[in-house]
Ligand binder design. Structure first.
Ligand code: ADP
Ligand code: ADP
Length: 231
């Protein structure tokens, strides 16, 4: 599973404004597509519609996963197939292991450790060997924004969905944190179909296709090299 297709998709939140209009593109199975564009261009709307956070009305085009209209897929199976890494991850007031394990109920400690490793969060778990009962904050397990994002990445690795929606943080992070996140993201994206609201240059440069959105429409699309040649 994993091919995504937007077929002439238009959506409005209210009668006066159009959030996106006539948007068509494909994310072939296992490939990565980066959405770029100014604030308000329609990037989040595309992710929300794919996750059926909002439903596409009749006449608004079609969104297909593996050729099937998502209107005919249950919310439950849709959400099982899609992993979301949001811009700001809200974590439970519990151990890091618990927060990662939430990605898949019944995970063994070994599976959780493996996911933590792939997300470069291994050190934090090892640093708190009794951390399975440690409350975040209570005993100094305070995580930076970058670490929180890596917990969300580890959780999604454990869930192991074929499709990923990523909303990269805009906030500047220090270089070492940035490198760890890049590595974690690479491990997560590998082998999956992904649609990212991309802010990192590394994500944009490594995407198979970049869609440039402007006023709710695709203004340009191509690889990083192709788009640079347009300037
Ligand atoms: P981006 O993610 O690129 O910043 P959005 O998809 O959030 O853009 O927004 C596209 C358009 O839809 C904008 O004009 C925005 O103001 C509007 N919009 C976004 N979310 C809502 C909402 N919940 N209600 C009404 N309008 C919205
Ligand atoms: P914004 O930051 O543009 O105002 P929101 O706060 O509504 O947008 O959402 C932030 C991100 O999280 C968006 O990309 C949105 O698609 C996603 N999101 C918000 N709520 C949900 C949800 N219930 N399920 C899945 N994704 C969500």
């Amino acid at each position: 599973a994993g091919e995504i297709e937007f077929d002439n998709v238009s959506f409005s939140y209210d009668k006066r404004t159009t959030a996106i209009s006539g948007v068509s593109f494909k994310v072939p199975k296992g490939s990565s597509v980066a959405l770029v564009g100014e604030s308000g261009a329609g990037k989040s709307t595309i992710l929300r519609l794919l996750y059926r956070f909002y439903d596409l009305p009749e006449g608004g085009g079609r969104i297909l996963i593996d050729g099937q209209d998502i209107r005919n897929v249950t919310q439950k199976s849709l959400r099982a197939a899609i992993g979301v890494v949001p811009q700001d991850s809200v974590l439970f007031n519990s151990s890091i292991a618990y927060n990662i394990g939430y990605g898949k109920f019944g995970s063994s400690p070994e599976e959780i450790e493996e996911a933590a490793k792939s997300a470069q969060m291994h050190d934090r778990i090892v640093a708190f060997p009794d951390g399975y009962n440690t409350k975040v904050g209570e005993r100094g397990v305070r995580l930076s924004g970058g670490e929180k994002q890596r917990v969300a990445i580890a959780r999604t690795l454990l869930k192991n969905p074929p499709i990923l929606l990523l909303d990269e943080a805009t906030s500047a992070l220090d270089t070492s944190t940035e490198k760890d996140i890049q590595k974690a993201l690479q491990n997560l994206v590998r082998g999956r179909s992904s649609l990212s609201i991309a802010h990192r240059l590394s994500t944009i440069a490594s995407a198979d296709v970049i869609l440039v959105l402007k006023d709710g429409q695709i203004a340009e699309q191509g690889t990083h090299t192709e788009l640079l040649a347009l300037d």
